[in-house]
Design a protein around this ligand. Structure first.
Ligand code: R5P
Length: 271
């Protein structure tokens, strides 16, 4: 592996082999998502606890301070909207040149396996990998499920993750599933990170699935809404980070969450 590729991956995946990516790219098809109306304000207090942020070039340029940020995973696919006909109809929106100009540590694109536009999105990934490998930029594939909740099961996720890895993704982002998640990870020869999905009823649910996913081989998360849509986002990110980088159990994470929420524990970067 070239030095540049190794170095970029090391910016994202920490020395303990784990990672905590904070995504704020939701507006690229959802518009001003709840609590992400002003992305810069939303993530300011969260930034110290993330290993990297995932976002589009527009939000990066307009909302993120270039002198005080974290490694960037640039979302380079899009061209659809929540009110449009088909979320799977994505193209590559941002050139690799632009990714280099923006000093991205990685780029990401969605693949929609089993959808009407499966082929195009897989070819988007393949083309992006061809180009990015030339410059030592890792590609993170996002195994998107669109509105179809039933696709969040092991057989489907394993299929999508494996295809993404076969096409050359260096990291694959997928959803956690309760049954058979270890098979999803085992069948994917590159690191797997978990998305959070829509906000859950309780924080413990999140701590439990993150913990379980890590035990089953995932290296970390790319988790947004369950942090920044929570009433106590700093307590959430601090607690989830403790599971990823400090091997905390869900119960320990809950205790930490309660302490940060109540102000008993001061908020300082966990590193
Ligand atoms: C979707 O808009 C993006 O790919 C998100 O980055 C991904 O779904 C993770 O965010 P969340 O934890 O909110 O699902």
């Amino acid at each position: 592996m070239d030095w540049g590729m190794k170095n970029r991956l090391a910016q994202l995946i920490q020395r303990d082999g784990r990672c905590f990516f904070l995504p704020i790219d939701h507006g690229y098809f959802q518009g001003p998502t709840y609590k992400l109306e002003e992305p810069g304000k939303t993530i300011k207090p969260l930034l110290p606890y993330a290993d990297a942020i995932m976002l589009t070039r527009g939000v990066l340029r307009s909302c993120i301070d270039p002198e005080n940020t974290k490694p960037v995973i640039l979302r380079v696919s899009g061209g659809t909207s929540i009110v449009g006909e088909d979320l799977s109809h994505e193209g590559v929106t941002t050139s690799v040149r632009e990714a280099i100009r923006l000093n991205a540590s990685a780029v990401s694109t969605s693949i929609y396996v089993g959808s009407k536009h499966e082929h195009e999105t897989l070819m988007n990934l393949a083309r992006l990998v061809n180009e990015c490998e030339e410059y030592g930029i890792p590609v993170m594939a996002v195994t998107a499920v669109g509105k179809e909740v039933e696709k969040r099961e092991a057989r489907y996720l394993a299929l999508a993750c494996r295809i993404a890895a076969e096409l050359g993704a260096r990291v694959v982002k997928t959803y956690y599933c309760k049954e058979g998640f270890e098979k999803v990870v085992r069948g994917c020869p590159v690191p797997v990170v978990m998305a959070g999905g829509p906000k859950t009823e309780s924080e413990l649910e999140v701590f439990e699935f993150v913990y379980d996913g890590i035990q089953k081989g995932s290296i970390g998360v790319n988790l947004g809404r369950n942090i920044w849509q929570h009433d106590y986002p700093v307590a959430m990110i601090r607690a989830i980070r403790s599971i990823i980088h400090e091997n905390a159990t869900p119960q320990e994470a809950q205790e930490l969450f309660n302490e940060v929420k109540s102000g008993k524990k001061k908020v300082v970067c966990g590193r």
